[in-house]
Ligand binder design. Structure first.
Ligand code: FAD
Length: 317
């Protein structure tokens, strides 16, 4: 079922989770171990992130280095199929531009359609680890908006091979990313919202936000989206702080602020367990407020924090 239909049919705020494919070498059981306890909350859907390959330098026997391309977290399509089969819950694969050509993407979309997936979260992806700026694949897309067009085309039966006539039409519900604290490459929120609106005008049906730790930022973002004519559901993305290192890692990686009250409390903690307690309480409070505000879904980024998320969601649903 489509995310947008889950939202339309819901009488109250829904819950959803986001997971990363495990590092290459691990089995699907690592996903089940992670998700099993969270299934108690009957998530409406589970997002699975998508990852490009990276260049790494491997030392050879003669002491020189060889540059090789490694995809550390493959498996998004297979994990989505496993989630649907194992839990009978909708899976939402992410799809990125970076590192992928249009043909590869079309094939991935066909695979997703064949296994019964109704949703895709369409993203640009970040710059490769060895690049300062995002560089599109030579035969790929520069912006998420271009990838949306490809999915919309496939939904209309238009394939890259022009000689395919009467090809089946996929029927993907398209979600996109939004940034309450603006995307870091964009000069200001107004311009970012212009591009966000473009993604909606092209066919995206809902937005999932970057994480934020101050609900005011989300609420103001929703208001500004509405003023800009963006009227689709805006799902808040939520993550707990669980250790002191995250006070610098999260702003550096995700370009979001951590409120002073939260950072002060984390700074006082002597152990990770104390940090987790503070992070759990903060996220419970955030979730309660957002639910009262009437958000369509509370979407939790679960990486490395499944237990904390469990303790939070238990208090909310
Ligand atoms: P876009 O919408 O393409 O925007 C990128 C930048 O370009 C923005 O600054 C925007 O303002 C600007 N822009 C857009 N259109 C134009 C235009 N026509 N002309 C000029 N500028 C333009 N990354 C992964 O690699 N895998 C994942 O699974 C993944 N999941 C994510 C899930 C969520 C909910 C979020 C919020 C992010 C996720 N990311 C993921 C990270 C994401 O790929 C990065 O934040 C990326 O830098 C931007 O992606 P986007 O889809 O927002 O890009």
């Amino acid at each position: 079922m489509k995310v947008i239909d889950h939202i339309r049919q819901a009488k109250d705020t829904l819950v959803s989770f986001e997971i990363l494919p495990p590092l290459k070498g691990k089995t699907i059981n690592s996903i089940y171990d992670h998700l099993d306890p969270l299934m108690e909350f009957k998530p409406s859907f589970i997002n699975v992130t998508y990852h490009r390959s990276e260049h790494v330098f491997k030392k050879k026997l003669d002491g020189t280095f060889e540059k090789v391309e490694v995809r550390k977290r493959p498996g998004t399509v297979g994990i989505c199929a496993s989630i649907m089969n194992h839990y009978h819950v909708d899976a939402v694969p992410h799809l990125i531009c970076g590192g992928f050509g249009k043909r590869e993407t079309e094939d991935a979309l066909i695979d997703l359609h064949f296994i019964g997936i109704d949703n895709v979260l369409v993203l640009r992806g970040d710059a490769a680890k060895n690049e300062t700026y995002f560089e599109p694949h030579a035969e790929g897309h520069r912006y998420a908006s271009e990838l949306i067009k490809q999915v919309v085309d496939l939904n209309s039966g238009i394939y890259l091979e022009e000689d395919i006539r009467d090809g089946f039409r996929t029927n993907f519900c398209i979600g996109v990313a939004g940034y309450p604290e603006k995307h870091f490459e964009c000069p200001n929120l107004e311009i970012d919202l212009k591009y966000l609106k473009n993604k909606i005008d092209l066919g995206a049906e809902y937005i999932t936000t970057q994480m934020f730790f101050d609900n005011k930022k989300y609420i103001e973002f929703v208001e500004k989206c509405r003023e800009a004519g963006i009227d689709v559901p805006i799902i808040p993305g939520l993550k707990p702080i669980t250790n002191k290192k995250q006070l610098s890692i999260i702003p550096r990686t995700f370009h979001v602020d951590i409120p002073t009250d939260l950072s002060n409390e984390i700074m006082k903690c002597k152990t990770d367990d104390e940090c987790k307690k503070v992070g759990t309480e903060w996220l419970i409070q955030q979730s309660k407020e957002l639910k009262a505000f009437g958000v369509p879904v509370l979407h939790y980024y679960t990486l490395g924090s499944a237990k904390v998320i469990y303790n939070v969601v238990k208090e909310i649903f």
